[in-house]
Design a binder for this molecule. Sequence first.
Ligand SMILES: *[C@@H]1O[C@H](CO)[C@@H](O)[C@H](O)[C@H]1NC(C)=O
Ligand SMILES: *[C@@H]1O[C@H](CO)[C@@H](O)[C@H](O)[C@H]1NC(C)=O
Ligand SMILES: *[C@@H]1O[C@H](CO)[C@@H](O)[C@H](O)[C@H]1NC(C)=O
Ligand SMILES: *[C@@H]1O[C@H](CO)[C@@H](O)[C@H](O)[C@H]1NC(C)=O
Length: 521
Amino acid sequence: MFRDPFCRFSIFRRVQPLVQNTFHLLFAFILIIFLVTCYFSASNENNETIKQGRDADSSSPSEYLPSIGHYFTHTTEFNKNIHNAPLSLRENTLFAFNSSNCPYKEWNQIRTDSIPNANRHADWAIQIKKPSKYLYHTSFALLAAFAHRDQIIVTLTSENQFKFVFKTVYCRYYDCHRKEIFYHFESKVFPQSTVFCARRPGAEYISISEKLNETPEYSVPIVPRLNKPPHYFTVCMATLYGDEPKFLQIVDFIEYYKLQGATFFHIYLRNVSNYDRVLLDDYVRTGDIEIIKMHDHFWRDDFMWHNAQINDCHHRSKFFSKWTALIDIDERIEMRDEKYKTIVNYLDTIKNLQIVNLHFKVQWVIKQNNTPATYVNDKQIIDEMNFHKYQNISQVGALWDQPKCIIRPEKIAIMTIHVPKAVYSGEQFTPVSEKIGVVRHYRNVKERVFSNALQRMMSHAPFKIIPISKWIDENLTKQIINRVKWVYDVIDVTCEEKQKIYKKHGGISAPCWIEEKAMKD
Ligand SMILES: *[C@@H]1O[C@H](CO)[C@@H](O)[C@H](O)[C@H]1NC(C)=O
Ligand SMILES: *[C@@H]1O[C@H](CO)[C@@H](O)[C@H](O)[C@H]1NC(C)=O
Ligand SMILES: *[C@@H]1O[C@H](CO)[C@@H](O)[C@H](O)[C@H]1NC(C)=O
Ligand SMILES: *[C@@H]1O[C@H](CO)[C@@H](O)[C@H](O)[C@H]1NC(C)=O
C-alpha cells in the first residue's frame, strides 16, 4: 500500500487518484517555498556584499554563527542562549577609521602662536643672574608633557640647559603615528627643566631640539590637562631610592594621607626592592597612585633627582589637583588644631586668593632602625609602624629649617624643594602656625647621604614623647594591616591541592610534591 509520508492526511486515502494529485500539488508547493526561500537569502547576501563594498570579506564569520549554533544545540559547551546583540551590518562609527587615520579628538584642535606669561618669564630669566650649572646633560632629556588650554608644558630631567634661557629651542610636534607635524614653535628652556610650547592641532607627542635640522630625542606623549581638576588634594612623593626596605613606609605614607583627604599620589621611583614594588604596583592597580620612573641617558647619583622631581610634579599637578603637597616618604603633615581634623578640613577654610603656598615648619622624630624588609605577621607590622615605634619628637624648627609646602600648582611659576622661586599671583609663601599644623619628619639616625643631618636634628632638642592622634592611630593601623595583608599575605594551599592542579597541566608534578617524594625515598 502507498505509504503516505505525510501520514496525517488520512482522509485522502479514500480516493486514490485524488490523493496522488494532492501529493504532487503539495510537493510542488514545498518546492516553490524552498526556491523562494533560497532566492531571498541569496539576494540578501548580495545586498550585504554590495553594502560592505566589493573587497569586504563576504564570509564574515558572524553570518555563519547562527548555523554553527544550530550544530551545537545539543551540547552544553556551546549554549545557543548565550546573550548576544543582533548582528549590525554597519560599522560602529567609533571604529570607522583605518590604519592611516588619526582619530579626531575634540580637545586637540587648537592652534596657538604664543605662550602665556612669556614676558614675565623673560624678566625672571634676567633676574636669575647666573643659574647654577648642575650635572652633565648634553640633551634636554624629556620627562613628560601636559596640554593646557593655552600651552603645552614639557618637563625635562636635565638641569643644565640654561644656555637656552636666552637662545631658541624648537618644540617639535608629532601626530598619532609619530609623524612630524611641520609647524614647530620657537621657545626657551625656562624655568630650569621646563619648556613651554604652543598648541598644535592633532599633536599627540612632542619633543624639543636645539636645531631644526637635527633629529630630536624621543618624543613623549602629550597628556591633556584641560578640564576641571579631577582632584582636590594630591601628594607628590619625592624619589624613592636607597637600600632601606620601603614597603611599610610606603603603605603608611599613602594610607596616612588618604585619611587626611588625599585622593591621588604621584610617586617618583628610582629603585626599590622587587618586594616593595609589588605593593606599589597594587596601588597602581587600584588607581591610587601613578609611578614616575626617574631615569635618563645621563649619569647622576640617586639623591640628585630631587629638583627634577619637584619641577615635574609641580607641572604635573597643574589642573590635576587644586592643592598639592610636595613631600618625602618620611614626612607626615599633621593638624594640631582641634578645629581642623584633617588637612583637607584646613584647606577648605582657605578663602584668601593670595594664599598659594602653605609653608609648614618641621618637628623631627628620632628613628633608630630600618623598617622590616618583609611581612611576617600582624603583630610584627603593628610593632614596626613608625608612628608606634618612634614618638620622641623635637621642638619645632625655624621658618627655614627644611619647611614643606602645600601649593596651588597653577599659581606657582617656579617651584623648588622648600619654597617657590616665583609665583604668578599671590604670596610666595604663607607660614602656617605650628599651632595649626607641622611636618612630623621621621629622621633615620643612620647617616646616609647627608652627614650633618643627625647633628641638625639634635640641635632641635629638647625631645619629648608625642604620639599621633588616637583616631589616626586606630584607623591607620587598620588600613595598613588590611593593605599589607592583601598584598603580601597570599593564601597558601596544601601540597596535595597544588599537585591536583599541576596534574592538569599534562601530568607534571608540583615542586613540593617532587621534594616530598624524594624525602620519602
Ligand atoms: C583611509 O581612510 C581615508 C579616509 O579617511 C582614505 O582617504 C584612505 O584612502 C584610506 N586608506 C586606506 C589604505 O584605505
Ligand atoms: C638600587 O640600585 C642600586 C644599583 O643601581 C643597587 O645597588 C641597590 O641595591 C638597588 N636598591 C634596591 C632596593 O633594589
Ligand atoms: C628622646 O630623645 C632624647 C635625645 O636623644 C633623649 O635624651 C631622651 O631620653 C629620649 N626620650 C625617650 C623617652 O626616649
Ligand atoms: C576612623 O575610625 C573611626 C572608628 O574607629 C570612624 O568612626 C571614623 O569614621 C574613621 N575615620 C576615617 C576618616 O576613616
